[in-house]
Design a protein around this ligand. Structure first.
Ligand code: ADP
Length: 493
């Protein structure tokens, strides 16, 4: 089984863009073949829209915005809830699509679908809780009224590593707020996005409210950022592309949310529970074969626990099962493409050239050209690329440190500030180090930090804004203030 035949519901296999509630298979910029990274097999051939077709999608979203924003929030909530129910009912098929185009193990893909759906459920609930404020004014007889209103047409550009969740984390709050959306999924993972569109369609989300466009990143991104009708751009991806999208959006002063690159440090102190720290590191490092922006990119381990930590880590990492996502018990899939494999090799070669030791792994895996052995490196230093750049692969580099101050200084010595992790038992130390780490999210004795209730996002060059949580919907709303005179007059008539 290689494609559509793997699904229980063949209607979820969609290979056309979705605009105004209809499927667009005539791409004016040609077609693109989609590959399964585990096998190299061609999965589908997809239409590529040109800038004019993307502009049409924006027009459609603008036309849909008026009626959508006027629907009672409770109606929007009901439709989102139906979308959530359908995602849950079709979780296995969505996970199969993720495995096919992205490569992660099926169990992880199921986890992603549950995570993706949780945002739709959460924001279906939050839609009903949008509220403003009334404030006492500084002048007599006046009131200050603050209303929350949807920003308008939103463009979302999403990455391949979480093909479902990165879309719902943006679309659910946008639709809940009353915005409409044009999504450009990553070229590597359009099928999951299109299946989500099919389910949105079945849920009864009106035509034009949620659109998925396909095409060359620079063409689609160029139109979405230049178009003045797009009032907000929400992006997850590299800092480099985020910077470009902000530059391109500057001319039309768009509201922006950016979830960008990370270089997450993980600190293990002498008083940490060894097993908890090793398992926590593996949970964050090896999820999605290391291809997550919040993956711990580098571990700093205090001298007293260092050798035991490296030994247990190598034992557990060496036992990780590598293979195709549909095989039983597989924990590590392929990397997304050849460039990802090259980057991993380059980081290892650079580290070894500067004195690091390969404790386990270190080379490509015999499963195929995009598979890499889960690897542990020790003797790593700040001078190596692997501590300075996001590796995005299954490589765990370990740096030894002596003092808390030294570890925090190395952890913060980066332009990124997305996630950080620390493992220790001393409560005062946990607070002190959490306060000193420059990151938007900190895992304290855990490697798992993502859920719909918590605000996800980074500081420094890791981004702008937060997704999920009670705060997430505000990213898709504007405040409108009414200066209300003649309110609260003292004399009744
Ligand atoms: P990654 O390393 O995760 O692929 P990228 O930032 O390169 O991160 O890609 C994330 C998303 O941004 C993808 O959907 C990709 O197609 C898109 N993208 C890449 N380059 C551009 C660009 N010049 N304009 C708009 N979108 C882009």
């Amino acid at each position: 089984m290689t494609g559509r035949d793997i699904l229980s519901d063949a209607g979820l296999w969609r290979d056309a863009a979705y605009v105004n509630g209809a499927w667009v298979s005539d791409g004016k910029a040609g077609t693109m073949d989609l590959c399964n990274p585990a096998t190299g097999a061609t999965l589908a051939t997809l239409p590529q829209l040109d800038a004019g077709q993307v502009r049409d999608a924006v027009e459609v979203a603008e036309a849909a915005f008026g009626p959508w924003r006027l629907r009672p929030a409770k109606d929007r909530a009901k439709l989102l809830r139906r979308w959530f129910d359908l995602m849950t009912a079709h979780a296995d098929d969505l996970a199969r699509l993720i495995v096919l185009e992205e490569g992660k193990p099926f169990a992880e893909a199921k986890g992603e679908v549950a995570y993706a759906a949780s945002f739709v459920e959460w924001f279906a609930e939050e839609a009903k809780r949008i509220r403003g404020d009334v404030m006492a004014a500084p002048e007599a007889g006046r009131r200050i009224v603050v209303l929350k209103e949807p920003v308008g047409v939103c463009a979302a550009i999403t990455p391949w590593n979480f093909p479902a969740a990165m879309i719902t984390r943006k679309a659910a709050p946008a639709l809940a707020a009353g915005c409409t959306m044009v999504v450009k999924p990553a070229g590597q993972t359009p099928l999951t996005a299109l299946a989500l569109a099919e389910l949105a369609h079945r849920a009864g989300i009106p035509a034009g409210v949620f659109n998925v466009v396909l095409g060359r990143a620079s063409v689609v991104g160029g139109e979405l950022t230049a178009n003045p009708k797009v009032r907000k751009i929400t992006f997850t991806g590299s800092t480099e592309v985020g910077r470009l999208l902000l530059e391109q959006s500057a001319a039309t002063i768009k509201k922006a949310s950016m979830e960008l690159g990370g270089n997450a440090p993980l600190l293990v102190f002498d008083d940490a529970d060894l097993e908890t720290a090793v398992d926590g590191f593996i949970a964050t490092k090896y999820r999605n074969t290391g291809q997550a922006c919040i993956s711990a990119n580098r571990a700093y381990v205090q001298a007293g626990i260092h050798d035991a930590f490296v030994a247990l880590l190598a034992e557990k990492v060496g036992a990780l099962k590598v293979g195709e996502g549909f095989e039983d018990g597989v924990q590590q899939g392929p990397l997304i493409d050849a460039a990802a494999v090259e980057k991993v090799k380059d980081h290892i070669a650079d580290a070894v050239a500067h004195g690091a030791q390969v404790v386990c792994g270190g080379a490509t895996h015999n499963r195929g050209p995009l598979f890499f052995q889960p690897t542990v490196l020790s003797g790593v230093t700040q001078a190596m690329k692997i501590t300075r750049e996001e590796t995005f692969g299954p490589i765990a580099p370990v740096v030894k440190f002596e003092t808390e101050a030294e570890a925090v200084a190395m952890a913060n010595d980066t332009e990124f500030g997305l996630a950080a992790y620390l493992f220790a038992r001393d409560g005062a130390r946990l607070w002190r180090v959490s306060a000193a780490l420059e990151a938007g999210m900190i895992g304290v004795n855990t490697g798992l930090i993502s859920n719909e209730v918590a605000p996800f996002g980074g500081i420094k060059q890791s981004g702008i804004g937060r997704e999920g949580s009670v705060y997430g919907i505000d990213e898709f709303m504007e405040q409108k203030y009414l200066a209300w005179a003649g309110a609260g007059e003292a004399k009744l008539v």
